[in-house]
Design a protein around this ligand. Structure first.
Ligand code: TTP
Ligand code: MN
Ligand code: MN
Ligand code: MN
Length: 391
């Protein structure tokens, strides 16, 4: 062990959550390749392989300089044979034939296009591909029955495949802030997901909503959604109610690693700013069209003013203040970081972490919700909410 440490050029802790994170990646060529293989595995319903490639990519992302030889990687965690083979191939031949053939495979292209539709997962895409559907045109011509989410996803495909900027995220934040303040004064919103981690773009915008008084958040989501709908800000929404307290014995094991907060998956209709002055959404929905520069693209055949807008995926989550810390931690991501944090808690600390609570597995009677406003709750038996993530 001491000898290994002497020859090792880099030192990286085993769990991703123990590493300093940085937006600066010195090994993007390698991590792009491994991420592509991870994505391919995930889209092929091979989650285990997907996680292995994600872990390998995360280790390379944590290195302080570019890797030039696989020898430098001796002793590093999470680098399995397959990942090392890919890395070696790229370092020696500038590219990996496996990555190239995956990238160019018709199946991978079709999976990416089809799962790029909001509401379409790997299983649906796979079924469609087996039915001979490989692109959007073929999907439209096929007469496949689409659910409401998929219809909206297909309709707004072009907008939703454009990355969301931080500026757009902030504009949506202002709208959500106004909605929340209008229906429940004192409620607070927090930007979560990739933007909270400092990313400059994202595939969606995520917000966590809470109120400093426990219980006041109950029933909040439908009101927020109604407000947004009444102002014309929603192109699609599906609200799922909180199921955390449904079971009498405390939280039951969820079907997947989804949490049980009340949430809303939506597609926003974000007005696009025409000029710096038109900052507030109201100026675009109210009677102030005259103040906007009306070019031909803004006027329909009937001469009616058309406002420019863009569709953006937005996730809203409501948490009671007693679970806010866990919800904030769980919804900040990244997905790998969360998975690793839970694995570390379970394997190294004998604790179960979820977006709702932190349990000490040795003191199964205690429910650690460390918030001043609530009494400690008691659960009758050890919950296993995290076991699905500890693989
Ligand atoms: P995402 O919005 O899917 O991912 P992201 O914001 O990290 O990246 P992107 O820029 O592509 O949007 O999820 C945000 C976080 O929320 C993620 O870390 C995991 C967490 N999450 C849950 O805890 N439960 C869920 O059901 C979902 C969908 C996400
Ligand atoms: Mn996100
Ligand atoms: Mn999201
Ligand atoms: Mn394990």
């Amino acid at each position: 062990q001491i000898n290994e440490a002497e020859v090792a050029e880099f030192s990286v802790p085993t769990y991703a959550c123990q590493r300093r994170t940085t937006l600066e990646n010195h090994n993007a060529v390698l991590t792009d390749a491994l991420s592509l293989l991870a994505e391919h595995a995930e889209l092929s319903d091979e989650d285990g392989r997907g996680v292995a490639f994600r872990r390998a990519a995360a280790v390379l992302k944590a290195l302080p300089k570019p890797v030039t030889s696989v020898k430098q990687l001796r002793g590093l965690p999470c680098l399995g044979d397959h990942s090392l083979r890919i890395i070696k191939d790229i370092l020696e031949n500038r590219e990996s034939s496996e990555v190239q053939s995956t990238k160019q495979s018709e199946r991978f292209k079709a999976l990416k296009v089809l799962t790029g539709i909001f509401g379409v997962g790997a299983k649906t895409a796979d079924r469609w591909i087996r039915d001979g559907i490989n692109n959007l045109q073929q999907l439209q011509d096929s007469g496949q029955t689409l659910n409401r989410a998929q219809q909206a996803g297909l309709q707004h495909y072009d907008h939703l495949s454009q990355p969301v900027t931080k500026q757009e995220a902030d504009a949506i934040g202002e709208i959500v802030e106004e909605a929340v303040a209008s229906v429940l004064p004192g409620a607070r919103i927090t930007l979560i997901g990739g933007f909270r981690r400092g990313k400059l773009t994202g595939h969606d915008v995520d917000f966590l909503i809470t109120h400093p008084e426990e219980g006041r958040e109950v029933g909040l989501m439908p009101k927020v959604v109604s407000w947004l709908e009444s102002k014309g800000f929603l192109l699609y929404q599906k609200t799922t109610r909180n199921s955390y307290l449904e079971s009498k014995d405390g939280p039951a094991r969820p079907a997947s690693n989804m949490d049980r907060f009340e949430r809303c998956f939506s597609i926003f209709k974000l007005p696009e700013e025409e000029k710096p002055a038109a900052k507030h959404p109201e100026t675009l929905t109210g009677n102030v069209e005259q103040s906007l520069p009306l070019t031909s693209s803004h006027v329909s055949a009937e001469g009616e003013a058309l406002k420019r807008w863009r569709a953006v995926r937005v996730d809203l989550v409501v948490s009671p203040i007693s679970q806010f810390a866990f919800a904030l931690l769980g919804w900040t991501g990244s997905k790998l970081f969360e998975r690793e944090l839970r694995r570390w808690a379970g394997h190294e600390k004998a604790m179960s972490l979820s977006s709702h609570a932190l349990y000490d597995n040795k003191q199964v009677e205690t429910h650690f919700v460390q918030t001043p406003s609530v009494k400690k709750k008691r659960v009758s038996k050890k919950t296993k909410t995290c076991s699905s993530m500890m693989t």
